[in-house]
Design a protein. Structure first.
Length: 144
């Protein structure tokens, strides 16, 4: 369960919100992630959550949404490259869970995107490789 929560937080952290020529439209977004971790005794079910992206979020921090870190872990996003409707980045986390990896996202339109992250996690001395696919779609305005 801890791994599932950690990966859900990382999905949100990895999702770039870009300013300027941002192909992403503000509003309520529904994000679905599918995580694959070789060696797991079962396939992890997809996780779907909603996240409000405001115009202020799109304009702040040179266009990058705040980096969210799981409790007890500090994550930093680096090597952000943006070209047209695609973004690539690297992610490194230290603390309770040490991990590193990279991700990509492609905006299909102002209302949808898809992407993938590849992470290497050190969990209690065991190294796990994790692949996470994500799809996001704008489902309307943010509720007040």
């Amino acid at each position: 369960m801890k791994t599932t929560l950690l990966l859900a937080l990382l999905a949100l952290a990895a999702m770039p919100a870009l300013a300027g020529d941002n192909p992403m439209k503000p509003g309520m977004w529904e994000i679905t992630t599918q995580t694959e971790m070789p060696g797991m005794p079962y396939k992890m079910p997809p996780m779907t959550f909603k996240h409000c992206i405001t115009p202020a979020m799109l304009a702040r921090n040179n266009g990058l949404d705040e980096q969210k870190s799981p409790p007890g872990t500090h994550c930093e996003r680096s090597k952000m490259n943006i070209s047209g409707n695609q973004a690539e980045w690297s992610l490194s986390c230290t603390g309770k869970t040490n991990m590193s990896g990279h991700g990509t996202v492609t905006w299909d339109s102002a209302n949808s995107y898809h992407g993938e992250t590849h992470l290497t996690m050190d969990m209690g001395g065991h190294t796990n490789n994790v692949t996470q696919t994500m799809q996001g779609r704008r489902i309307g305005e943010c509720s007040k």
